[in-house]
Design a protein around this ligand. Structure first.
Ligand code: NAD
Length: 341
C-alpha cells in the first residue's frame, strides 16, 4: 500500500528553511516533504537517533537527501542566530506536547520548551530579519466549548498547563512581530489532533491500533463520547508549507478537518481495520481533557487555499499499514503479535 504523503506545494523563491522539532512526528513529515522540493532544510532537534527509537524511525525518512542538514541541539542553549542565519522561513514545531503530563512536576519543562524556546527563536528571527516564522500551535487553546466549531476569533479558554503554554507561545510571537523594528511575520497554526504514520505513541489512534494488534489493554480516561477533529498528517503538512509563503501576516489559523469523531468511532475503526477487538480499561476523565474539539477551517480555506483531503478511515489504514511494516523500528518495546506478551 503506497503511503499518502504530503505533496509539497511549490516553494518559489525559498532556498533554505529551518525546521525545529525535525525528529518529532509532525516535524519529520514536514522535513521530508520540504526536502522533496529541493530546498535546504536545517533540522534542529535535541533527540538523537542513538538515544531515542522514535527519533531514529523519523530520521530514517531522510536518509539519502543531500539537502538535509541535521543539527542535534537544545533550543534552550544553542547558538540560535548561527543556526537560523540565511533562513527564508523558520518552521517552529519543537515543543513538549501532551495535555496530561503538563500537570504537576513537569510544568517547568513545559514552560522552557514551549515558551522560553519560542522567545529565543523569535529574538533570533527578528534580529536576522527572517521574513516568516510558522509556529505550531494547538486546538487545545480553545479549551472546553459548547460543541460548535471553534473559530480563530473565539475567546481562548485553555484548560491545561500545556494549552496555556501554546497560547502564550502564539501571543509571544505576535508581540515580537508588533515591534516597530520587526520585519518578521508569523503564522501560528492551531493543529487539531494530528494522526498518521509515526504518530506519537501516547496518542489515541496509535494506542487503539496497537491495543487491537497486540491484544493489550487500551487505558481510556473519560467517556467514549469525547470527540476530536482528527487531521491526517499529510494534510497538516500541506497547510504548514502553504503557511510559509501565503500572503498573510501575523495571524492564527485553524488546521482541522471541520468534522469530529468519537472515541467509540476510533475503537470501531481500529477493530474493523485490524479484525480484532480493542481491549479497554476505563477510568475517570483527567483534568484538562475537553469533551470535544471541532475546527471552523474556513480561514485556512481562504488564506491558505487549503482543505483536508484524507478521511479518517483511509488515514488510519495508512497508520496501521506503517505500524505493521515498521514494527521493529517504530515501537520496539511492543511484543510482536502471535508471540507471547
Ligand atoms: P513530537 O514530540 O513528536 O515532536 C516534538 C519534537 O520537538 C521532539 O522531537 C522533541 O525532541 C523536540 N523538542 C522539544 N523541545 C525541544 C528543545 N528545547 N530543543 C530541541 N528540540 C526540542 O510532537 P508532535 O506531535 O510532532 O508535535 C509537533 C508540534 O505540533 C508541537 O509544537 C505540538 O505542540 C504541536 N501540536 C501537535 C498536535 C498533534 O496532534 N500531534 C496537535 C496540536 C499541536
Amino acid at each position: 500500500m503506497p503511503l499518502i504523503e504530503a505533496a509539497a506545494p511549490a516553494l518559489t523563491g525559498l532556498r533554505r528553511v529551518v525546521v525545529t522539532g525535525s525528529a518529532g512526528f509532525i516535524g519529520s513529515h514536514l522535513t521530508k516533504a520540504l526536502l522533496h522540493t529541493g530546498v535546504t532544510v536545517i533540522g534542529i532537534d535535541r533527540r538523537t537517533m542513538d538515544s531515542d527509537p522514535a527519533a531514529a524511525a523519523n530520521f530514517a525518512e531522510f536518509t539519502g537527501f543531500p539537502n538535509f542538514v541535521p543539527i542535534t541541539a537544545d533550543l534552550l542553549d544553542c547558538p540560535m542566530e548561527r543556526l537560523l542565519l540565511d533562513a527564508d522561513v523558520v518552521f517552529h514545531l519543537a515543543a513538549l506536547p501532551g495535555v496530561r503530563p503538563s500537570w504537576g512536576p513537569n510544568f517547568d519543562a513545559y514552560v522552557a520548551a514551549n515558551i522560553q524556546a519560542v522567545q529565543r527563536v523569535m529574538n533570533a528571527a527578528t534580529r536576522l530579519k527572517i521574513p516568516r516564522v510558522v509556529l505550531a500551535s494547538s486546538s487545545s487553546v480553545y479549551g472546553p466549548t459548547d460543541g460548535s466549531p471553534s473559530a480563530e476569533t473565539d475567546r481562548p479558554r485553555p484548560a491545561s498547563p500545556y494549552a496555556i503554554t501554546k497560547l502564550a507561545a502564539e501571543q509571544l510571537c505576535l508581540a515580537h512581530t508588533a515591534r516597530p523594528s520587526s520585519a518578521t511575520s508569523v503564522v501560528a497554526l492551531r493543529y487539531f489532533t494530528v494522526y498518521g504514520p509515526r504518530q506519537r505513541t501516547d496518542m489515541l489512534i496509535h494506542r487503539a491500533l496497537t491495543a487491537a494488534l497486540y491484544q493489550t489493554p487500551l487505558h481510556l480516561f473519560g467517556d467514549d463520547d469525547q470527540r476530536r477533529d482528527f487531521t491526517y498528517v499529510a494534510d497538516a503538512v500541506r497547510a504548514t508549507i502553504r503557511a510559509a509563503t501565503a500572503p498573510v501576516t501575523n495571524t492564527v489559523i485553524n488546521i482541522g478537518v471541520g468534522s469530529n469523531r468519537s472515541i467509540s468511532d476510533i475503537l470501531a475503526i481500529a477493530q474493523q481495520l485490524t479484525g480484532r477487538p480493542v481491549p479497554v480499561i476505563r477510568s475517570k476523565a483527567r483534568a484538562g481533557d475537553v469533551p470535544g474539539t471541532l475546527a471552523d477551517n474556513s480561514r485556512a480555506g481562504g488564506l491558505l487555499s487549503w482543505k483536508p483531503e484524507v478521511d479518517l478511515t483511509t488515514g488510519t489504514e495508512q497508520q496501521l499499514h506503517h505500524l505493521r511494516t515498521h514494527r521493529d523500528t517504530h515501537d520496539p518495546a511492543m511484543p510482536v503479535p502471535g508471540v507471547s506478551p
